[in-house]
Design a protein around this ligand. Sequence first.
Ligand SMILES: [Zn+2]
Length: 441
Amino acid sequence: MDQSRLSKTELHVHTVGCYHPEDLLYMVRDSYSDVDWNRFGFLDRYESVFGVRPDPIAMFERALATGSLDEIREVAVYRWHPGGRFEEFDTKSYFPVAAAGYHLDTDQHQPILAPIVEHHRAEGLTYVEYRNAFAARGQEFKDWHGRYARFLRDASDEEFTARYIIRLDGRHPVSSYMDVRELIDEKPDLSDTIVGVDFSGREIPPKNLAAFYHRIAEDNRLHPGSVVEPVVHIGESFFDLSLESAVRWCHESALYGARRLAHCIALGIDPLVAVGRREGAHQGESAGERMDQIRYDLTHARGLSRCGVGIRERALEEELDRLAGEDPEHLITRPYDEDRLYQVSRRQDYVLDDLCRLGTVIETCPTSNLCIGGVPNVKAHPFPKLYASGVNLAICSDDPGIFGVTLAQEVANVSRWFGLSMEEMARRLGDPWEFRLASQQ
Ligand SMILES: [Zn+2]
């Protein structure tokens, strides 16, 4: 395969995370002095986290006068550094949100989306799936996402295809999804642009999404001309789970029918590294979660045993009986020893094997995992294990503007970090375009 294909299809970006400093300048070049820069508390947050209060109006004025983007870059870009905090990234992500807010008030989507689409086009990308979130329901939700999708549809041509993935409300997954389905029914010309729905933010137990997965599969069967596929952020941030449960959540998401899984750090990180990330990491989880894990182990006993995981069914059944009398929210603590850590890595193998069987795709976002996914350093990144497994794997950039990287740089980083030639990577990974959503349309 032509190795440049690895850097032409982007399957995982959030619109708000796509703004490089020049894109921010482009977005507000005529409006920066009218923007409410403290919208959503951006300036207050920045001051409390970084100890300085930026003056965006003066920054944009100087950038326009001098042509230098350095000051904007300093505030907008979050570079990975040991000891970096999610809070720092999160604070910086409000910079583009504040900038876009000015245009949102007037329902203008062109000035918000044009800078990032043009940037991606100039980078040489030919296919991008954009994820976007909007905290509303019903008509407002449909109108808003409808405008975004329409812009992306109109921005597509023979050289560049933009697709749209709508983030659902994890607390009301079915009704939130129904809003998307209604939007497509009401505006059928958007059906080839709206290709997916996503869950991001705090991870949701897959079983809570069972009704959603069932509904979307049924709708896709009934409406093969307007397929919307589910994707989910999973196995990214799981400190409140045991490692076994974090691995299981990835597996269950795939079994329920998620087409692609974002991150899956839980499936590739060395268990010893994972538990060493924090004092007591992954030792505690709720009794309800432990019970779910036992039921999973009993269901998958044969396959797990084949992969070298010791499943003592009798003991698990007894534990399940004991836990049945407990408050499901009660915290259970189970420390790790060498054997348990070894068995977690076998569980990772079991699930990766099954993802190969299912054809599920993992979207790995290397810089993002280092910056905000709790991967302590490059050596600890899950990529080598995911890569060695044979699972469908796509390199993506998540929030390229905020992290100050492009997809091509992400691919080059992986090549350098893990000593893989581009030819070798192209052969193993294939063309990520093959993993695009709703490709049967
Ligand atoms: Zn993401």
